[in-house]
Design a binder for this molecule. Structure first.
Ligand SMILES: [Zn+2]
Length: 265
């Protein structure tokens, strides 16, 4: 493999996807397309409007669906805007996120397609999508419809027990985002970040507690495994790489990816 248009990276939460994503980005000049970032971007587009309307007013409970997109645009006075469709998607995502509801696949699919299309369906490492079998089916349908090339799927394998042990020790600087680990990379001073801006403070993210991690690992088994099995039946080259390595030196991480995907350095 010497060049790539798009690569999908999958794996459990905490399996070690990010360092492998970074390797692929550097090697092939790709851009990370993560569902988390997509949600933040589209929610941000809607938030920038500063619209104070009750979000329920865009939802028709009688038909259990949003009011038509044109009606949403009219209410927001954005009908003539170039990014009106993207703002409507942001509104729909916010409707669920605000209520702490699970975002339905058809909304996630629409957000993903919009962001992928903005890249011309080319040059991305797909991260966090597809995560369910419906999303996987939607992606395969989109690949065929748009003539998109997916060069490879890389699954990062890791054991639940190892992920839990590693993740619960994780600490992050809430200001600069620097990552630490109580065993593998302790902060220079307890509670203090090495970049020590006055506001730097080391915390454990609420996502990194055992309970929330176990819920995500469970969801991976019930929702993402079937998506992986479905994708393995497609004609996309499928590779898996170990998430757990004897050493995490950058060269070792890179070699572990290059080796399984037969990428030359
Ligand atoms: Zn910091």
């Amino acid at each position: 493999m010497n060049q790539a248009d798009n690569i999908i990276v999958m794996g459990k939460s905490g399996a070690g996807k990010q360092p492998r994503v970074d390797v692929l980005i550097r090697r092939f000049g790709l851009k990370q397309l993560s569902t988390g970032d997509i949600f933040r971007t589209y929610l941000g587009l809607f938030n920038e409007l500063g619209d104070e309307s009750d979000l329920n007013s865009f939802y028709d409970s009688a038909s259990d669906n949003f009011i038509p997109d044109e009606a949403i645009k009219n209410k927001l006075n954005i009908s003539h805007w170039e990014d009106a469709d993207a703002i409507v998607l942001g509104l729909k995502a916010k409707y669920y996120v605000n209520q702490g509801l699970f975002v339905p696949d058809h909304i996630t699919n629409a957000l993903f397609e919009s962001a992928f299309q903005a890249l011309g369906f080319r040059g991305a490492v797909l991260d966090g999508f597809p995560r369910t079998i419906d999303q996987a089916r939607f992606l395969v349908e989109m690949i065929e419809r748009e003539g998109i090339k997916i060069d490879a799927i890389l699954l990062i394998e890791n054991e639940d027990e190892l992920i839990i042990a590693r993740t619960v020790g994780r600490r992050i600087c809430r200001t600069c985002g620097e990552l630490y680990h109580v065993e593998h990379r302790p902060p220079p001073m307890p509670g203090n970040c090495e970049f020590e801006s006055p506001k730097c403070k080391i915390i454990q993210r609420s996502d990194d507690t055992v309970r929330s991690l176990e819920a995500r690992l469970q969801e991976f088994q019930t929702k993402t495994r079937p998506a992986i099995e479905y994708l393995q039946e497609q004609k996309i080259p499928f590779y898996s790489a170990p998430g757990n390595l004897p050493t995490y030196a950058p060269e070792a991480v890179q070699a572990s990816v290059f080796e399984v995907m037969q990428i030359s350095g």
